[in-house]
Design a protein around this ligand. Structure first.
Ligand code: TYD
Length: 142
């Protein structure tokens, strides 16, 4: 772990590459909780039928960890730790974005027919959300 990842949650945000088994019948990718992603998977959800001008996210989580994939199509994720913002384009079903706790995220620029799959470390809990940016920024002062 680098000094940066100790001092800033953003230091842990990273792209995770999954294995691929390819043969003439097509490609197969798999993911094991605690192995390919750094938590046990407690929930999977997915976004589909997303209008291309839709904006999703707009919140942070107090404890939840997630890995986000574009299973089909593409979209942009902007992450923010209260100090810096970074932008990622997801467009490859083998590559997910790991987002640790206390990272604000916004998702937009969905391509037509995009499918976003999210692996999450906990069941859904509205109390874990921070949906107000000012409140998030206040809690991430270092
Ligand atoms: P939200 O997490 O705000 O969606 P996004 O970050 O993709 O914009 O969730 C939207 C709605 O769906 C909200 O009313 C809560 C509900 N929801 C569940 O009931 N269970 C879940 O696992 C998730 C992710 C959301």
């Amino acid at each position: 772990m680098t000094a940066d990842s100790l001092s800033s949650p953003m230091g842990s945000v990273r792209l995770i590459g999954l294995p691929v088994v390819s043969d003439p019948r097509g490609d197969l990718t798999f993911v094991e909780g605690g192995n390919h992603v750094p938590f046990q998977i407690r929930r999977v959800y997915y976004l589909y039928n997303v209008p291309v001008d839709s904006e999703r996210g707009g919140h942070a989580h107090r404890e939840l960890e997630q890995v986000i994939f574009a299973l089909s199509g593409s979209f942009r994720i902007t992450v923010d730790d209260g100090r810096e913002r970074r932008e990622f384009w997801l467009r490859d079903p083998r590559t997910g974005l790991y987002i640790n706790r206390m990272i604000w995220r916004e998702m937009d620029a969905f391509s037509q027919g995009a499918v976003c799959m999210v692996l999450a470390s906990q069941p859904y809990d509205e109390a874990d959300y921070i949906r107000d940016y000012a409140s998030f920024a206040e809690q991430t002062k270092y």
